[in-house]
Each structure stands twice: as C-alpha cells, then as structure tokens.
Design a protein around this ligand. Sequence first.
Ligand SMILES: Nc1ncnc2c1ncn2[C@@H]1O[C@H](COP(=O)(O)OP(=O)(O)OP(=O)(O)O)[C@@H](O)[C@H]1O
Length: 456
Amino acid sequence: MVANQMKILVIDDDPALRDACREILRRQGHHVELAEGGRGGLALLGKFAFDVIMLDLRMPDIDGMTVLRRIIEQDPHAVVIIISGHGSIERAVEAMKLGAFDFVSKPFTPDRLRGAVEKAREKRQLILENAYLKDEIKRRSPTRMIYRSAAIEKIMDLARRVAMSDATVLLTGQSGTGKGILARIIHELSARRSSPFVAVDCSTLVPTLFESELFGHVKGSFTGADADKMGKFELSDGGTLFFDEVANISWEIQAKLLKAVEDRAVCRVGSNRLISVDTRLVAATNQNLAQAVQAGTFRQDLFYRLNVVHIELPPLKDRPEDVPVLAEYFLDRYRYRSPSRVRGFAPQAMEALARQPWPGNVRELENAVQRLAVLAGGELITLADIEAGSPAAVHSGADDGELLSLAELEKRQIIRAMNRLAGHRGEMAKALGIDRKTLRLKIRKYGLEDQGPDAD
Ligand SMILES: Nc1ncnc2c1ncn2[C@@H]1O[C@H](COP(=O)(O)OP(=O)(O)OP(=O)(O)O)[C@@H](O)[C@H]1O
C-alpha cells in the first residue's frame, strides 16, 4: 500500500454500481479494478494483490459466498467488504462470520462507501504493519551481511575478531554502505548477544532531549518529565549501544558522553546518583571525524575513545561483484509483497545494475529493487524495466552532452529523488524545492504513482 492509496477490486455484476464505486474511490486517490462476476474477480485475484476487495454476494455466475470462501482460503488476511442487497442482512452477517471485514447495504451513499473503505484502510495498515514487524524480526535474527567481495570478507573477519573483545568500534563509510547492519552483526557475534542492542540516531534527536534520551531523567527534572525514565545507556546494560551519525552530537553532550564512557556510569538528568552501566560502544559516521576534530566541531578526546578499532565500509561502486547477490537477496525479500510475478533478473539487466554508480549505495540498490519488483511486467526484470524505472534511466539514459526535454529531465529527477529518499514525499518535495501537492501532481503526470514504498 503506497501511503493512503490502496488497490481496490470491486466485484459486482451491476455496471452502474461498479462505475459509481470506481468514480468515488478513484477520487480518493485509490487504484480501482473492476470485475463483473466472481470468475473474473478470482482471475484478477490470482494475478494481482489487492488491499481491499468489495464483493457483491449475489451474482449470476458464482455465488458471492463461494467467492468469499476462496478469497479467504487463499489469503486469510484479505480485507473484504461485502456489498449486500436490500433485505439480505442475514447473508451479510454470515459473510462476516466467514471472515469478511465489513458490509455496506445497497443502496449506499458515497459517504457510507468512503467510511467503509477508510475503516478497511486502517485494518489493512495494521495487517501490513504486523507483517512488516514479523518480517523485521525474521530479518533481524540473525542479521545477514550479503556480499561476495573480498573487501567485505575482510571486514567480516575483522568484525568477528573485534566482536569477542569489548573494544569500541568506529564504523565509517558513505551513507547506505551497511554501517548499521555491521554494528548489529558485531553485537550478535559478541558474548553480549543475549542482552539488548540499543541504537541512538544522533541526527534525529532534538538537542534538548538528547541528554535525557541517553542518560534518562528523574520525575520533575524538567517540564514534561512526569515519571522516572531510563536512558539508552541503562537500557543497553550488558549489551551494545550504537551511536549512528555520531558526528552530529553537540559539543556539550560530547563531553557528557565522554565522561559516561570513562566512568562506565551515568547520572540521570535531575539526579546525582551514579548508576554503573556495562555497555559496549559502536559508533558510525559518514563524515570524516578526524577532520571534524581539526575543524573544532568534534572533541579530540572523544574521538580517541571511539576510534579504538576503525572499520571503513567501501562504497558499493568499488565492489560491483556484490551487486548481483544483493539484488537477488532484495528481490527475494520484496517480491512476495508485490502483485507482480517477477522471479529474477535477465542477465543484461543484472549487468546494467552492476555498472551503476549507486551514490546511495546498498540502500539505493535496495530501493531500486523494491521498485522493480512492483513495476516489472514479466517473470524476469529486463533491461527495459530498469531503464524505465530505476536510477539506470537517470545515469545511463543519456551522456552528459545529450540534450533532454525539460519534462524528461523533471521526470528523471523525480525518479532519482524517489530512489534516494525511499519515496518519502515530504523529503522529496523539500529536496526538489516544490511543495507536496505539486510533487503529487507531477508524480501522477509522469505515471510514477506506484513507485514509492511508503510515500507520504
Ligand atoms: N551487505 C549487505 N547485505 C544486506 N543488506 C545490506 C547490506 N549492506 C546494507 N544493507 C541494507 O541496506 C540498507 C542500508 O544499510 P545501513 O543502514 O546499514 O547503512 P548505513 O551505512 O548505516 O547508512 P546511513 O549512514 O545512511 O545510516 C539497510 O536496509 C541494510 O539492511
């Protein structure tokens, strides 16, 4: 499901009702497919995934109840809204017992339809979030570093060795090269693996809350502190504390962090009591910390503390042999969530991917594959698919000297922003210097609607 947009299938033998549903739901931004009977509906369901299915119970070809049974058999989480005829409430209730989510009785107003679909959207969101969480859990345990290159093999060797010690590790490398995943792997390879791995994203925390987030606070220590709270240091006791984007910590907090590391203890904000904590630190940055020290924005003493073991992750373009294994791995992970039947990459397509510069590194590749899994028409992702929907179109479609129409340029920039920013509409709009509404209109104009994993 892209943002609030859903793919909805309406199965009803009444053409006027089908068209009315389509009109109303399209206006809400949903994609709507229509089937005039149970057979056609089931055929569409066999080919594509839908977020919500609207199903008439009385149809001439197959009984709606039979269709419903099949839908639920195939996907117990399907969200089905029954369209029930006047005076057939009992059947609608029976359908709900079978697993339908809701029903609307004919005739219904546009508002009633919108209300039912909105409720269905919330339900669908919950289902997807649950699936996502399960997927996350599966994905996380054990975390896997996918690679073929000797460069990453060497890094993994080093990671295995340092994991056994309690040494602080500094991970550097461009954004999206796998610093976060490596931090977790170091934790999982260490004797601390059964204690928590706690991550602090130093780039998103508001400075004023940072201290309490790290060290915790006691009730009443500032407005809003209405209960005692543990900080991330304490939460990671026995485990690993991961500072992502560590260069973003303010000078003042850097000093406090250093003290906590040296004392192996923290004081909650508003308290004098020292609480000892046994945690292993891993820090990551895509900036040059030594330079930041030179420039006077990062404390030298803290830098030395963090830089005990240094691991540099190379950019993806320097290890193209990792691209095919990563692309296959991501496709395997994303294809089952998309309606397409795609199973693999055509050799030429894979070669094209391996040739890309991937400025956003593995994260950009992951986003591109996720998008390709949605967009690919056939069983194999082809070169044409890549040229149509991935950064390949941006990077290889034209050499620097070739002139492009402004519209083409605009489209390519939008695709590029989608890839870089994982389809986050707010961030894309900001990066492109337009407002969200304009962005939405342009996305629609260029037919790029389905390309964001989580727009808006
Ligand atoms: N070798 C790999 N195998 C499998 N997945 C990977 C690999 N490298 C990176 N990833 C995935 O790519 C995405 C980006 O990786 P990660 O967050 O670790 O990068 P990062 O260097 O920490 O980036 P940033 O500095 O932007 O936070 C994640 O989804 C991660 O799981």
